[in-house]
Design a protein around this ligand. Sequence first.
Ligand code: G6P
Length: 367
Amino acid sequence: ALVGKGNHAHFMHKEIHEQPTVIGYTLHRMIDAAAGRVALSDLNVDLSAIRRVQLSACGTAALAALTARHWIEGLAGIPTSWDVASELRYRAVPMSGTELGVFVSQSGETADTLGAMAQAQSAGAHTLAITNVAESSMAREADDVLLTMAGPEIGVAATKTFTCQLVALACLAMAIGRARGVLGEARESAFVQALSEVPSRINDILGREQQLVTLAETIAPARNVLYIGRGMSHPLAMEGALKLKEISYIHAEGYAAGELKHGPIALIDGSMPVIVVAPRDALFPKTLSNMEEVLARGARVLLFTDAEGAEEADRPGVESFVMPAIDPLAAPLLYAVPIQLIAYHVALQKGTDVDQPRNLAKSVTVE
Ligand code: G6P
């Protein structure tokens, strides 16, 4: 192979650790740090003419896209829809030339994502591919392309490409917001600043990996794990559950914390750990009360939050991993990392084939 594992036991581990570097490369391509502004000079589309955004992808890329819905709605004030590509491609979604179809794919070769993109194109939408492979089918066929600079990803479970997709999507949201005249300069430069702090904050998390190894020991014996979060932490909860099931074969679900009471709370007992993703944003108090509901039913909680959050949530039964402080808008980029590392260390402790999990392929080019 052209790419080696270096001094890492697995590609996945190496790729998790590459994130500060490759996020830096991707940011470098998409922001003008000195000016504190987004600079997507690769795009041809007139973003001011867009009236609706349709996001679609598969797997981990779909969860990056789902996170981005919050950015696009919040920063660009534009209606944004999302669906997995295997569904979108067979739905009769009305689209026109004022529609921007955004398709996210590490490989640029996923059959369902290509199918959904072709369908959007034939309906007249303007298509934008966010991909890691410049020579891919998707990059060739899309009207516009944003390239993530993650470098080759070998581990089947996506890690560094996910966070680089988040960078591209955050920048796209700002670019649309600016083109539409709804994103103020101060807000843009604050988010750009937060994004540029992400690599060093991730280094801080990577330096405390041993703590996550210990926390993984409490998850590894479980047969079922529930991840909960609200807002942008909801897709992250789903990504945490996806990573865990993919590589450790533990059944896991990612749920919107507010939906717990409509079903999954029936599952909670002392044998089902609950992983709570809750940066101290506007939704934190709500997630905290959901955490209390599971604690009251005997669950052990692993909480990802920042220092203030950890202090507020300090109760018996809660173990916190304290995250660096960051602008809540950029939090998904940081919170992705301990979620990846927990899945990795649980899988390692269980002895599964981390880089090549059973039944999964890196790139699914058939339907
Ligand atoms: C496969 C991989 C996942 C990936 C998904 C989408 O299922 O195992 O890690 O998220 O395909 O791949 P893409 O290349 O389109 O991002």
